[in-house]
Design a protein around this ligand. Structure first.
Ligand code: URA
Length: 434
C-alpha cells in the first residue's frame, strides 16, 4: 500500500477501505508519512467528505493509535464534555469542578486553541504554575483523589489526533465533519470517559455554521460513541456571538472565577447550567436536566464548586494566590474602549471576527509554535439585542502591542453592527440530541 494512492483515491471521491485508513494513521503516527502527504489527505477529505463507515474506521484507528485508559479502578463512571470549538468558551473551567463537587468524577483531556477558537489548556495555563502535562498515572491519581482532572493530550493517548490536530490548524482543514468527529471522539474514547456531553457550537463563529451541519456532526458523534458503549448527549449551542463577555486567556479565567462565585454574564451562566446538568444526567446522577440545573445552581451558591476549583487548580500546580485574587492574573498594558458607531440595538457581534482579532492581539496562535500572550483579548460590554447609545463603549480591547491593536481594530469594527430597529437576543441553546 502507498500513501500517494490513498490520497488519489480520496481526491477522486472513492471510499477508503478500513485497511487504507489504518495504514494512514499507523504510519503517520510512526513518522513514516510526512506532514505534506497527511495534509493533502486532510484536504481531500475536506472536499470529498467521508461515509459514516469511513469516519467510524478513522475514529477507531485514531482512538487506538496509542494507549487507551480504563479508569474503572479509580472511578466507577467518568464523565467528560467536549466543545467543538468556540470563541469565549470557558465552560470547562466552571462545569468540571461543579460537576465534581456534586460527586460525579470528571476526567477530561482538553486541547489548545484551534484556528480562531480558544483552547481550555491555554486558558488554564494563564494561572502561574498550572500544568496540563500530566502522565497517565498522575491523571488517574488526581481523578481518584480530587475527582476532577483536566489535562493535555499525552503523547500516549490518541497520538494520531495530537499530530493531526496541529496539522489541520495550519492547513485550513479544520472545518470538515469527518475530521472534527474523529478528532473529538477518538480522544474521548481513548481517555476512558463513560458518559460524554458534546457541546456542538453553531453559527458564524463555529466550524459548523448552520443547524443542519451541526445536527449531522452531532448524530455522527453520538452514533460512534454509542457503538462503543458510551452514554452520549449533544447540545447544539449558539456561536454567532462570543459566549459570555470575555475573550482571551486570563480574561476568560477571571470570568470563570466570577461565575463560580455566583456572578458572570447571564448567557454564560445559563450555558454552564445546561452543560453541567446534562453531565449529571448522562452519568445517572439525576433523572432530569431540570433537577441537574437546580443542583448546579446550589453547588455554585454554597461555594462547593469554587472549593473544588481551588482543589483542582492546586493539584495541577496552579498558584492559588492568583485565583483568590484574580486581579493579579496577567493584565494588558493597553486597554482601549471601542465606541458604538451609532445609537440603536446591537444586531451582530460576529464571533469569528472577534476570535480572529483576539488571535491577532496574541491570544491565539497563527503558527504552530507561536507563544500565547495570556493578558490580551476583548471584553464585551453588551450582547446582541442590547440597546446602545452612539459613543458608549461596546467593548474594551486589551492589547500589549500598538501594531497588533491597529491590525485588530478594523476587524472588530467589521464584527459589530447596530440596527435602528429592536433586535431579538440570540438563544443560548438550540437543541439537545441524545
Ligand atoms: N475540537 C477538537 O477536539 N477537534 C476538532 O477537530 C475540532 C474541535
Amino acid at each position: 500500500m502507498r500513501m500517494i494512492d490513498i490520497i488519489i483515491h480520496k481526491r477522486d471521491r472513492e471510499t477508503l477501505s478500513k485497511e487504507e485508513i489504518e495504514f494512514f494513521i499507523n504510519r503517520y503516527v510512526a513518522g513514516d508519512i510526512p506532514d505534506y502527504q497527511a495534509a493533502a489527505l486532510c484536504m481531500a477529505i475536506y472536499f470529498q467528505n467521508m461515509t459514516h463507515r469511513e469516519t467510524t474506521d478513522l475514529t477507531h484507528a485514531m482512538a487506538f493509535s496509542g494507549e487507551t485508559l480504563d479508569l474503572h479502578d479509580v472511578a466507577p463512571f467518568v464523565v467528560d464534555k467536549h466543545s467543538s470549538g468556540g470563541v469565549g468558551d470557558k465552560t470547562t473551567l466552571v462545569v468540571a469542578p461543579v460537576v465534581a463537587a456534586l460527586g460525579q468524577p470528571v476526567g477530561k483531556m482538553s486541547g489548545r486553541g484551534l484556528s480562531f477558537t480558544g483552547g481550555t489548556l491555554d486558558k488554564l495555563e494563564s494561572i502561574p504554575g498550572f500544568s496540563s502535562e500530566l502522565d497517565i498515572d498522575q491523571f488517574r491519581h488526581q481523578l481518584a483523589t480530587v475527582g476532577v482532572v483536566v489535562a493535555g493530550q499525552t503523547h500516549d493517548l490518541a497520538p494520531a489526533d495530537g499530530k493531526l490536530y496541529a496539522l489541520r490548524d495550519v492547513t485550513g482543514t479544520v472545518p470538515a465533519i469527518p475530521l472534527i468527529a474523529s478528532s473529538i471522539m477518538s480522544k474521548k474514547i481513548a481517555a476512558g470517559a463513560d458518559g460524554i456531553v458534546l457541546d456542538v457550537k453553531v453559527g458564524e463563529g463555529a466550524f459548523m455554521t448552520n443547524l443542519t451541519m451541526a445536527g449531522e456532526l452531532s448524530s455522527l458523534m453520538i452514533a460512534i460513541g454509542k457503538r462503543l458503549g458510551r452514554n452520549m448527549v449533544a447540545i447544539l449551542s449558539d456561536m454567532n456571538q462570543p459566549l459570555g463577555f470575555a475573550i482571551g486567556n486570563a480574561l476568560e479565567v477571571k470570568e470563570a472565577i466570577a461565575t463560580l462565585h455566583g456572578g458572570g454574564p447571564a448567557d454564560f451562566r445559563e450555558h454552564v447550567e445546561i452543560i453541567a446538568a446534562h453531565m449529571l444526567l448522562v452519568s445517572g446522577q439525576t433523572t432530569s436536566a431540570e433537577e441537574g440545573r437546580r443542583l448546579v445552581r446550589q453547588a455554585i451558591a454554597d461555594g462547593s464548586g469554587w472549593a473544588k476549583f481551588r482543589q483542582f487548580i492546586a493539584a495541577q500546580g496552579g498558584d492559588l494566590d492568583y485565583v483568590d485574587r484574580p486581579a493579579q492574573l496577567p493584565v494588558a498594558s493597553i486597554q482601549e474602549p471601542f465606541p458604538a458607531p451609532a445609537t440603536g440595538f446591537i444586531k451582530r457581534i460576529a464571533a469569528k471576527e472577534i476570535g480572529i482579532a483576539s488571535t491577532i492581539l496574541g491570544g491565539g496562535r497563527e503558527e504552530m509554535d507561536d507563544i500565547i500572550d495570556p493578558a490580551v483579548g476583548i471584553v464585551l460590554h453588551h450582547k446582541v439585542g442590547d440597546p446602545v447609545q452612539a459613543g458608549e463603549p461596546l467593548l474594551t480591547i486589551h492589547a500589549n502591542d500598538r501594531g497588533k491593536l491597529a491590525q485588530a481594530r478594523p476587524l472588530i469594527a467589521a464584527a459589530c453592527t447596530i440596527s435602528p430597529q429592536p433586535v431579538e437576543p440570540l438563544p443560548v441553546i438550540y437543541d439537545v440530541l441524545r
